[in-house]
Design a protein around this ligand. Structure first.
Ligand SMILES: [Zn+2]
Length: 212
């Protein structure tokens, strides 16, 4: 059997990281994230410079470089699940020129639920342990179970930033969804359920083949 080549799409807070990890482990394929691919290929020489040179200047890495490093990572493996890529229509079009995707899975979660998930996240200021005020609260309010230090909210998860992240997502990723919508292998997954149920849905679809 050919290993699946999966694109996993979804807004921030939809659970892409969790589900991508489960898919990769279960099917024995690579979980490729844009962040991970950038770290691995930090020093890769491209026409526009290395990815690291943009990261060090605090600039967004240009599409052309992101495309190139994703191509490098895809070229190393037989099967993969892409998480965080493609994040706009141009990247989706590029991807179609370098490989044939077997499944496109969109984790759909309503905006109110995403806001609840993201705004409840807390992280230990010392050891980095993750919490959620509603779904995974610490034993003592605001204190880390492991080391007793103060829990903080990452600036990424503050209310104003969350709304902005969701807005950026809709602007760039809606065209990606439209691009994939009528393709073979596209499926929308209800991502509101708990992670175990979402995983079961995903696994069933992938084991059936093309999701029909
Ligand atoms: Zn801690």
């Amino acid at each position: 059997m050919e290993l699946p080549k999966i694109v996993l799409l979804g807004p921030p807070g939809a659970g892409k990281g969790t589900q991508g990890g489960l898919i990769a482990e279960y099917f024995g394929i690579e979980h490729i994230t844009t962040g991970g691919a950038l770290r691995i290929n930090r020093e890769l020489e491209t026409e526009q410079g290395t990815p690291g040179s943009f990261i060090d200047r605090g600039e967004l890495v240009p599409d052309a470089i992101v495309n190139e490093i994703v191509e490098v990572e895809i070229g190393k493996v037989e099967g993969f699940v892409l998480d965080g890529y493609p994040r706009n229509k141009e990247q989706a079009e590029y991807l179609s020129t370098i490989t044939e995707i077997s499944n496109i899975m969109y984790l759909d979660v309503a905006e109110e639920e995403l806001i609840k998930r993201l705004s409840g996240r807390r992280v230990c200021s010392e050891c980095g342990e993750n919490y959620h005020i509603e779904f995974h609260p610490p034993r003592l309010d605001g204190e880390c179970d492991l080391c007793g230090n103060k829990l903080i909210q990452r600036s990424d998860d503050e209310a104003g930033t969350i709304l902005n992240r969701l807005k950026v997502f809709s602007e760039h990723t809606k065209p990606v969804l439209e691009y994939y919508n009528n393709r073979e292998g596209f499926v929308r997954i209800e991502g509101r359920n708990n992670p175990d149920d979402v995983w079961e849905d995903i696994r069933n679809i992938l084991e059936m083949g093309d999701g029909k």
